[in-house]
Design a protein around this ligand. Structure first.
Ligand code: ADP
Length: 402
């Protein structure tokens, strides 16, 4: 009896999912999140029926490391899985650069190559890789698989990868990559299951969570996306600016004397919904707030999302579908309605009741653009890649046979 673990390790959270592997089929067993790492870590895990099966707090201690928490998590996972043995771990790795277009088994050379990409994803990559390293120390013989958020965008049309800088920069890797690829891969796959005709069309997927981006998909392939060189570009996010006049950065450094590190913190951690509202980075908290600044932050989020959705339409030559996903996209009818309202000129007509209910299809039958809500599942995509890469007929070293 075998099991696979999917991990998504960020700076202050670790998302995880455990899957049973029976005859080449994966079944979700349990999953959850450790949050508030660095302040007061707490863990919540649910089973396949959505019931809470574990809640755990650690003492408020900023020194409790990711490695320590992972060790505790794997201790619990072993008891949860009973006689099932964890045979591999899949990781979400934000940046695979130009080289890595598909999941890879982690070895020293791969780790080294991925470390060189840390400057391109300073908020995510170090934590992704730290989790890989911590688990290598804990279980040196367990295969670990890196699944890249950039991979779904690897075959973007050449023009969509280019920044308007002198050509030499592009050759050095200063180009557009795109992110949230594991989420978009899931959406593309679900669309094929739900509605193959629609999946073959021109669709914008809106991943609206703490991080947020849009992906223009034609026939299920990424043809354009709002995140670019880093996960800072594109939509306004919980704490990130999204696209910003580059002159602002020059001004801050030249005239306000801000250091590079200060600007980095400003752009990644103090801006977006948090910066504009001065209240919170969390959409639910902003909805609940009476502060006018909270309302303005929401207004700006909607405006930016609609503007950038519209900016992707030329890359598709039209629009057949719009898919909302991630925390805000899946759960927030108000934001969805407001974004759709700005896109009514496309012939998109929202069904208000279906939208309120978070139905899978929230447009009217007469709408020229079909609007869907599809829960994302990056962990399942990771587990699927692990299984494919390591199954007996197509992979190295036969752990499955062990
Ligand atoms: P992450 O990028 O960390 O995975 P999530 O996809 O969990 O983020 O999204 C987090 C965002 O989703 C937060 O802004 C949160 O307020 C928002 N969110 C979650 N549930 C709801 C809800 N029911 N209504 C509105 N916003 C929600």
């Amino acid at each position: 009896m075998k099991a696979i673990v999917s991990l998504n390790a960020g700076s202050s959270s670790i998302k995880f999912a455990l899957y049973r592997l029976v005859d080449d089929a994966l079944t979700f067993d349990a999953g959850g999140k450790i949050e508030e790492i660095g302040s007061r870590p707490r863990l919540k895990a649910r089973n396949a029926d959505g019931e809470i099966i574990l809640e755990r707090d650690w003492p408020a201690d900023s020194a409790i490391s990711h490695a320590h928490l992972l060790e505790d998590l794997f201790g619990w996972a072993a008891t949860q899985l009973g006689d099932r043995q964890i045979v591999a771990i899949g990781h979400r790795i934000v940046h695979g650069g130009v080289r890595f277009a598909a999941p890879r088994i982690v070895d020293d050379a791969l780790l080294g190559a991925l470390e060189t990409l840390i400057p391109l994803a300073p908020l995510h990559q170090p934590h992704n890789l730290a989790a890989v390293r911590a688990l290598r120390a804990l279980a040196p013989d367990l295969p670990q698989i890196a699944c890249f958020d950039t991979a779904f965008h690897h075959d973007l049309p050449a023009l969509a990868t280019r920044l308007p800088l002198p050509r030499s920069f592009h050759e050095e890797g200063v180009r557009r990559y795109g992110f949230h690829g594991l989420s978009y891969e899931h959406i593309a796959r679900r669309l094929r299951d739900i509605d193959p005709l629609y999946a073959g069309g021109r669709v914008i997927a809106a991943h609206l969570g703490n991080g947020a981006s849009l992906c223009a998909m034609n026939g299920g392939a990424s043809v354009d996306t709002t995140m670019g060189f880093t996960a800072l570009d594109g939509l306004m996010m919980g704490t990130r600016t999204g696209a910003l006049d580059p002159g602002v950065i020059l001004y801050l450094q030249t005239h306000q004397g801000m250091s590079v590190a200060e600007v980095e913190t400003l752009l990644y951690k103090q801006s977006g919904l948090l910066g504009v509202s001065g209240v919170s980075s969390d959409m639910r908290t902003l909805h609940a707030s009476a502060a006018p600044e909270a309302g303005e932050a929401i207004d700006l989020f909607v405006r930016q999302a609609a503007r950038q959705a519209a900016s992707l339409i030329p890359s598709l030559g039209g629009l057949d579908g719009l898919v909302f996903t991630a925390g805000i996209g899946e759960n927030d009818p108000v934001i969805r309605a407001r974004i759709c309202d700005c896109l009514a000129w496309t012939g998109l007509m929202l069904d208000p009741d279906a939208n309120r209910r978070n139905d899978p299809l929230i447009s009217t039958p007469g709408s020229k653009v079909a609007v869907r809500v599809i829960p994302t599942d990056e962990e399942a995509v990771i587990a699927g890649h692990v299984m494919t890469l390591l199954k007996p007929d197509g992979r190295p070293d036969g752990w499955i046979a062990s």
